[in-house]
Design a binder for this molecule. Sequence first.
Ligand SMILES: Nc1ncnc2c1ncn2[C@@H]1O[C@H](COP(=O)(O)OP(=O)(O)O)[C@@H](O)[C@H]1O
Ligand SMILES: [Mg+2]
Length: 263
Amino acid sequence: MTGELLSIEVSNLTKRFDTVTAVQDLSFTIRPGAVTGFLGPNGAGKTTTMRMILGLVNPTSGSARIGGRRYRDLPRPSGTVGAVFDASAFHPGHTARNHLRTYAAMGGYPDSRVEEVLHLLDLGRVAHRRTRTFSTGMRQRLNLATALLGDPRVLLLDEPGNGLDPEGIAWLRDFLRELAREGRTVLISSHVLSEVQQIVDDVVVIRDGRKVVAGRLTELVGETASLEQLFLRLTSSRAAADRPPTDRLTTGRAAADRMEGAR
Ligand SMILES: Nc1ncnc2c1ncn2[C@@H]1O[C@H](COP(=O)(O)OP(=O)(O)O)[C@@H](O)[C@H]1O
Ligand SMILES: [Mg+2]
């Protein structure tokens, strides 16, 4: 692993799908050595933005760069950026080890690296089990293991806290903080503010594809106030009352579970 410090720079990014503008003139910078929360209600444009950073979705306009280069211009893209999008995208009949070996083969990494990430994510004892038997927490850890195969300097994790209990969130916080301490750039999305407040150093909050606020969490909310209060204060003028409840940013664990159940 090289010790390169890589920022993610999003500049005036816009994405329109037919009639829907998913992301609109969005700009922000994600610094290395920190965990940044990319936050906003369901449908705010988080996944679309992360897919544009990876070159999986073409922007209508604007650009996203990692260490000054577009993803596709990176010398070793999959070894530089590890990404995870969908916690349920495993082949249900594959064991965790086979899942990782498949991805390792695609990235050109040896099977010994599979054993390393299994150990790192404490999945060694369940590596022989088929992923259909995995709990959400185990799936999230297998996702992280997959993203870490290439020992990437940059991690993009789409809703890695979904479905985790408080113990799982505490574990995720410690794990991601350690990765950031090593100088990596860690971006995690979430629609659950209370969950992310414990994990992140910085935040970028979006709504309806536009930036609401970005910066260091402590500077934005102070020592006592919560991220929920900040979000409500910043968006109260654009009345949330005229939205259906599922379109609002979820601010508590119980509400998050409701939303999970509603999918
Ligand atoms: N492939 C697509 N085609 C059409 N609309 C899309 C597509 N992908 C996302 N959208 C729309 O773009 C908006 C943002 O979606 P998304 O990026 O998934 O938000 P989030 O991840 O914050 O929940 C939503 O209105 C969604 O329906
Ligand atoms: Mg999403």
